[in-house]
Design a protein around this ligand. Sequence first.
Ligand SMILES: O=C1NC(=O)NC(C(=O)O)N1
Length: 312
Amino acid sequence: MQLTANIQNYHFDHILLNAAGVMCQTTTELDTVLASDYTGAVVTKSATPALRAGNPEPRYYEIPNHLGTINSMGLPNAGFDYYMSYVSEKQTTKPIFFSVAGLSKQDNLDMLHQLQDSKFNGLVELNLSCPNVPGKPQTAYDFETTEQILSEVFTFFTKPLGVKLPPYFDIAHFDMIANILNKFPLAFVNTINSIGNGLVIDEDTDTVVIKPKSGFGGVGGPLVKATALANVRALRQRLNSSIKIIGTGGVTTGRDVYEHILCGADLVEVGSQLAIEGIGVFERLEKELADILTEKGYTILDDARGQLKTIS
Ligand SMILES: O=C1NC(=O)NC(C(=O)O)N1
């Protein structure tokens, strides 16, 4: 079974990888994802210019009954230079995605200038959708600002760049963000980030389950799958074919991976379920996906990609 994908001249022998934020904050975690025989790549924790402790704990919670997760990490990370030295020294045949999440436009421009001027030969993910920095909006919900940032970025950035988007919930917004993104030579779009500012209550104590922002946090896992699939499908239908799609959100089984592929995803990321199950999730998901493809008569993944049927 051929389970491969390409983004520009990057080839992926496997289509699964971690979602930024999960199992990617330290060199040990990054090495663990890279070393797996069932991942096609790794993405770093979204870096800010300086090291960040992030939000106060508790800031992560696994919702009972396998419903998913809620988090308000607040971009804790070892700082841009830490990840730059990791990617500069790392010998690997697997592509690396370097994720950046500046707290301002200037932060993002500064980090992208450093990446542009560096020897880094992987792909860059501009995270425009973190919902958990108190007082900061999710940039990609502001269409004008998003277009302005991308306009400035592409005056100098020539390496493969993609954006990590928040979920959209309105067809008009799918149209608006796609019209903006199609103006730029993006290598990929990664959709979705967690569904921002959800609220989960502990049924024993009638208390919120995370401390930051009085309990409001990004929701991931099974609870977000329908929204994740819709965003992959809607953007695939609207974006230029040169812009590849990374599908993220709600993946706990090979069937979920397959549904992201049906909607048009080229690569599929695993966040909550990786945090819950550990590195072994990738082998399980790939085997389950391969079984589904075989059952449906496919021998290569490409033939299933985008083949979602509608009702005529
Ligand atoms: O972009 C992000 N999405 C999340 O759900 N959480 C993290 C974070 O809070 O650092 N960042």
